[in-house]
Design a protein around this ligand. Sequence first.
Ligand code: MRU
Length: 343
Amino acid sequence: MAKIPKTIELRGNEVILVDQTLLPLKLAMIKCKSAEDVAEAIERLAVRGAPALAAASAMALAVTALRSKARTKDQIMAELNRAGERVRRTRPTAVNLFVGLERALKAASSAEGAAGVREAVAREARAIADEDVTVNKKIGENGAALLKDGDVVLTHCNAGALATVGYGTALGVIRAACSSGKKIKVIADETRPLLQGARLTAWELQREKIPVTVITDNMTGHVMSRIGVNAVVVGADRIAANGDTANKIGTYSVAVLAKEHGVPFYVAAPTSTIDMTLKSGKEIPIEERRPEEVTFIRGVRTVPKGVNVFNPAFDVTPARYIRAIITERGVVRPNELSKLFKR
Ligand code: MRU
């Protein structure tokens, strides 16, 4: 079986990541040597997916620290804060990006001297990446129990190995179910406008020989009513305290259709994606991207010049459509999130 490389890695004083804009045509890695390089990779979605963004933001600070010529802690902290500000401005929705930055900055500020800061930030960035894979495997294990042998599972966007450092969240649940011997068939929504489902989810699953069928986003209702879907499993970019969940644009429509057809709708995400500071999904900032992502399909114009375009990258699925949230600490109803944070 063709292996999927680590999505992102801190190697020496470089960040090495899979350039996801080239998939499925080409599997190529890029090297980032500065926070600016990482920020640009995030903005153009070379690296994407909430958990991968936590690793990316922390690694952006790690390369800054490792390459810094600063002699004092104050100097290196100033450089890290500047780099952090740059990365903070890249994408607003996935809370993980901010969690990665905060963790790296906290590690830096509790270290001693410039050398201590360098070491602490690099260690923290690597720890975030390592934890990601462990957490995803646990999410997979917890969620696999919800799927039955023979199930057809629909997913939206890519919440797989590529959206994380490895293994994936929603696709982690599917991977774990398959490894336990269940035969699962996946339906991957194409996920307009940037085709993360068609390009990335299909690529990952095909490499692992997990049966996958791609449909365009507007086929979901038809597929649920005529073909039959047993469960929907998606990832998340930010989950508010009341369980409202931001994920790739189109997720909300899938959830409404799932309710109509009596199909359980699950969200698989690490607890670091839960933002208990936000009461409801209304407070989640939604990224809007360039109109050209809608007016062009892979370089070919499909919308007349001058026509208005609206291009939100995410939507919010109200908690009432979500059967359960699958995390590394357990599976809970969306109105029971606080249980996950009780010690
Ligand atoms: O714009 P993207 O490709 O970064 O959006 C990604 C998603 O919406 C994923 O479903 C989400 O980040 C969860 S990834 C485990």
